[in-house]
Design a protein around this ligand. Structure first.
Ligand code: 3HC
Length: 284
């Protein structure tokens, strides 16, 4: 893949999109980030810059490598221009099935027929997203984790109509990015989000019931179970809106155990989305 992939298009400049763009650029690929919002593109660029600066400060990267990576990323709002000549396309737009399906249909029509298409969905069905495509065999789940430059895993999701060759290309893409892949079946929430939101939702229910403070619930899992970050702080990092969307989807697809806690829904309605909005279970 590293020999044949030279151009990557990333849709969505948000938390995940700009992180994905960063790791692709750091791996030497030319990257086009596409987002209709200029403000989102500016915020995305600032996020990439801050993360690369942090790596330079930690001597994980030289200033020249940082500048070269930044120079490999182009930012724009036009779908056709973004996918022009792309070898790999990764969509990381908000977790809404219609939005992703519509975008993937446009990408399918405009991208080179040979391009691998990946969705960074946290939980939605790759089979369903692929159903409207002319060529569903080239769509895989490419599920990255936040913060993308730090987290080692790439969860590759095989839809019912995904070709084996597409999975092989996704595995090679993971290797080129320095990520460790797992390949999972297309089931709601895959191997990661299903367990991740189960813990997060239970922590929110415990907060609702006054079991302990947010800080102490988090401390319990950090010190008692050695999680790097407690489930409420992690929900802030991921985004409360993202976790609510995953829970609502799993509730419909899997069952009652995934009913979203009312507190989570209220906080999302109040715009308390976590780190990205400045407030969630914590102030950031
Ligand atoms: N860019 C570059 N480097 C970063 C970074 C970033 N955005 N964020 C952290 N780092 C680096 C730091 O510089 C530091 O480097 P060092 O080891 O050389 O000192 C290292 O990562 C650790 O960071 P910190 O010392 O600041 O803090 P922590 O040790 O607390 O680690 C963390 C921070 C990596 C975020 C850690 O708390 C963690 O792993 N948390 C859990 C994250 C997680 O579970 N993510 C998955 C969420 S689910 C998801 O994303 C799926 C989606 O579909 C919703």
């Amino acid at each position: 893949m590293s020999e044949t992939t030279t151009r990557v298009a990333v849709f969505g400049a948000g938390t995940m999109g700009h992180g994905i763009a960063q790791v692709c650029a750091a791996a030497g690929f030319a990257v086009q980030v596409c987002d209709p919002s200029e403000a989102a593109r500016e915020k995305g660029l600032a996020g990439v810059r801050a993360s690369l600066d942090r790596m330079v400060a930690k001597a994980k990267l030289s200033a020249e490598q940082r500048d070269a990576a930044l120079g490999r990323i182009g930012w724009g709002g036009d779908v056709g221009a973004a996918v022009d000549g792309a070898d790999v396309v990764v969509e990381a737009v908000p977790e809404r099935v219609e939005l992703k399906r519509e975008l993937l249909q446009r990408v399918d029509a405009l991208a080179p027929a040979t391009a691998l298409l990946g969705s960074n969905t946290s939980s939605l069905s790759i089979t369903e997203l692929g159903a409207a495509l002319r060529d569903p065999s080239r769509l895989v789940g490419l599920h990255f984790f936040n913060p993308v430059p730090v987290m080692e895993l790439l969860e590759i999701v095989r839809g019912v109509r995904t070709a084996e060759a597409a999975v092989d290309r996704a595995l090679a893409f993971a290797a080129a990015l320095g990520k460790t892949p797992i390949v999972v079946r297309d089931m709601p929430g895959f191997a990661t989000s299903r367990l991740g939101v189960a813990l997060g939702a239970e922590a929110i229910r415990m907060l609702e019931q006054g079991v302990a403070s947010a800080e102490d619930i988090d401390r319990a899992m950090e010190l008692g179970y050695r999680h790097p970050m407690g489930p409420l702080r992690l929900t802030d990092l991921v985004g409360l809106d993202v976790r609510l969307a995953i829970l609502d989807h799993l509730h419909r697809e899997v069952g009652e155990q995934f009913r979203a806690p009312p507190l989570l829904r209220q906080m999302v309605r109040a715009g308390k989305l976590g780190k990205k909005s400045g407030e969630g279970f914590y102030k950031w």
